[in-house]
Design a protein around this ligand. Structure first.
Ligand code: HPA
Length: 242
């Protein structure tokens, strides 16, 4: 199976690894050249979602081009790293989770590959937005790595790029959301439309707006290192040969 990892904020070091491959797709160019990176002896395609210079905020990411480019280079499975704020008390900032549900609050993003009339058009079933098999393999890798990674939770995808108001987070909680992030959609549904296996490994980097004692950016600063190092341990275990 060929894997790709879409990395979010804080993984800029991948931008210098591997031989960059430029790809053009029917939806335009991906956020950055894609690099094959060696993980435990496996070559894995790595794409920084926000670009090499972190120039694309969540609403400007070309999610369609990113996923089509990875598929064109041979990826069948995509592990999507993203950062989230935590709403419910399932987890703390500094921890990691593999969500199992999504609520989409984004708007105005190019959210489907079906942008022209197509005979025989079919609706994807999105009841389970993430691949169960890939989620289970990520969670197995977390156990192997000795990382306490939360299994499940509802990811609320907001439009950004601003953070939420406290009242908006209250509403997300009433809707049943556990985490809030800005990139999980339309990435997950596009991956499904393309027939890619897709799951998120979410790094919890702050308490959501109105939930913490300190300013959100201070929370992010003090929690990112821990969440990030746990995510890296999981990826190392994931790709380590048995
Ligand atoms: N809200 C939205 N997106 C985020 C957050 C948040 O609190 N933290 C990290 N990404």
């Amino acid at each position: 199976m060929s894997y790709a990892i879409i990395v979010g904020s804080g993984f800029e070091e991948f931008a210098t690894a591997g031989q960059p491959q430029r790809v053009d797709t029917r939806f335009g160019e991906p956020s950055a050249p894609i690099r094959p990176v060696d993980f435990g002896g496996s070559s894995v395609l790595v794409l920084p979602r926000h670009g090499d210079r972190h120039e694309f905020p969540p609403h400007l990411v070309n999610y369609r081009a990113n996923l089509v480019a990875l598929q064109d280079l041979g990826a069948a499975s995509v592990i999507a790293l993203n950062t989230v704020g935590v709403i419910s008390d399932v987890r703390e900032a500094g921890q990691v989770a593999v969500p199992d549900q999504v609520i989409d609050y984004t708007s105005g993003r190019e959210h489907t590959i079906h942008n022209t009339p197509q005979p025989g058009f079919a609706h994807i079933e999105f009841t389970e937005p993430f691949s169960g098999g890939l989620r289970a393999r990520i969670l197995d890798a977390a156990s192997k790595a000795g990382v306490d990674c939360y299994d499940g939770g509802v990811y609320a995808a907001t439009q950004g790029p601003r953070l939420e108001t406290a009242a908006e987070v209250d509403r997300l909680e009433r809707d049943g959301a556990d985490y809030v992030g800005m990139t999980g959609m339309p990435e997950a549904s596009l991956a499904m439309e393309l027939g890619l296996e897709y799951a998120c490994l979410s790094m919890i980097v702050n308490k959501a707006a109105g939930r913490g004692e300190k300013p959100i950016h201070d929370d992010v600063e003090s929690s990112t290192l821990s969440a990030r190092s746990q995510a890296m341990k999981i990826l190392d275990a994931f790709f380590e040969s048995p």
